[in-house]
Design a protein around this ligand. Structure first.
Ligand code: NDP
Length: 346
């Protein structure tokens, strides 16, 4: 059985969803009430792969909302409680979706293996970042040529390059795709210098230096909503892959010559009878989902019950190959630019 741990995109959304599901007592509560609300297993689901295998899964809402991010202890408790529930339900492999994997890593939850009477078994959980990184690279490889961008001549900026997903994307682009130039963007210099050394290349630039130079920008950082970008300084065409969470670049940037694609999103080949992706405002919530969630499904399809994506900067090209091949075999495709580009992509 696979599991997905998620959360609503905002407190308002969470209240609305709780009302729909009949949890009126929680729905009507203020943020303090939600801070003490336990995680809920809200949905069971069955998924059939075109390769013939049927798997069962469950969605656990952690009852975390982004408004709780500044409440360190609450955020930590929400993630650990949801993981405990997944383990108690006997789920073999559970993906930590949305902010939950970031909370896990940034708040160093590895130190908190004991939750009440439960000792969390880390091999039951995955961040899903390997699949996310592979999906973003594939989206880049499929969609840039559709805009007339020649990958061999392309200058690619990775914003969040030193992060778990970003560093994997950089490794893939350097070793597999072979782009002309790679710009490494993040705030702290030391991890960028380490990455540059590992890659044997890449240029460290600030965001404002990188953006006007880049034909393709991969965003794999949670950027502040207040971020201002001068559209007039961007190249045309420019492919922006918005792989961060929340996905807020479209409204800021889309316009003539700038094409924003939601990054790290996959579509399954048939409808899945679930409602959980309505929370995430997917265009086709019956089929589309975050790639990190799909990783848990893929690991279940492949009978690979292990913490496949775990820790920071452990994503290898071989792991990306494995999860990418499984993704295609089990009926997932990447989200691509809309229909008028499809002919070019095909
Ligand atoms: P990490 O914490 O490992 O990395 C974040 C990276 O972003 C670091 O390089 C960090 O470096 C950089 N960064 C953070 N803030 C800024 C900023 N203001 N300006 C420039 N760089 C910044 O995160 P992950 O790799 O695990 O995740 C990256 C993003 O992908 C997150 O937003 C996450 O929510 C999203 N994600 C999407 C998934 C999907 O399925 N679509 C699945 C999983 C994650 P520094 O601190 O030095 O700036």
């Amino acid at each position: 059985m696979f599991g997905l741990i998620g959360h609503s995109t905002s407190f308002e959304d969470a209240k609305r969803k709780a009302m729909e599901l009949g949890y009126d007592h929680i729905a009507e509560g203020d943020l303090d009430v939600w801070c003490s609300a336990p995680p809920q297993l809200v949905e069971h689901v069955e998924v059939v792969s075109p390769a013939g295998k049927t798997i069962q899964g469950a969605y656990i809402d952690s009852c975390f909302v982004p408004e709780m991010l500044s409440r360190f202890k609450t955020a930590r408790r929400k993630v650990l409680n949801a993981m405990e529930l997944a383990q108690k339900k006997g789920i073999n492999i559970t993906a930590l979706g949305g902010f939950t994997s970031i909370i896990f890593e940034n708040f160093n939850l590895l130190q908190h293996q004991h939750v009440r009477n439960t000792i969390l078994e880390w091999e039951r959980f995955t961040t899903g970042n390997t699949h996310t990184a592979w999906v973003i690279c594939r989206q880049l490889e499929l969609n840039a040529p559709a805009l007339g961008i020649d990958l061999k001549k392309a200058r690619v900026a990775v914003v969040g390059a030193s992060g778990d997903i970003g560093s994997a994307v950089c490794r893939w682009l350097s070793n597999r795709t072979g782009v002309a130039e790679l710009f490494l963007v993040a705030r702290q210099q030391k991890p960028l210098l380490d990455l540059q050394e590992q890659l044997g290349g890449g240029k460290i630039l600030s965001l404002s230096e990188a953006l006007p130079e880049a034909d393709i920008v991969v965003w794999v950082a949670s950027m502040p909503r207040t971020l201002e970008i001068d559209k007039t300084k961007l190249r045309s065409p420019c492919l922006m892959i918005d792989g961060g969470y929340p996905k807020n670049l479209d409204s800021k940037l889309a316009g003539t010559g700038v094409h924003v694609l939601k990054g790290g999103i996959v579509e399954f080949c048939s409808d899945i009878g679930w409602s959980m992706m309505e929370l995430a405002e997917m265009e086709k919530p019956q089929r589309q989902m975050f790639a990190c969630f799909a990783e848990a499904m893929l690991l279940e399809f492949e009978n690979c019950h292990t913490n496949f994506s775990w820790g920071r900067n452990n994503i290898t090209l071989e792991k990306m190959d494995f999860i990418g091949e499984a993704s295609i075999r089990h009926g997932f495709s990447t989200l691509n630019l809309q229909s008028h580009y499809q002919a070019a992509i095909a």
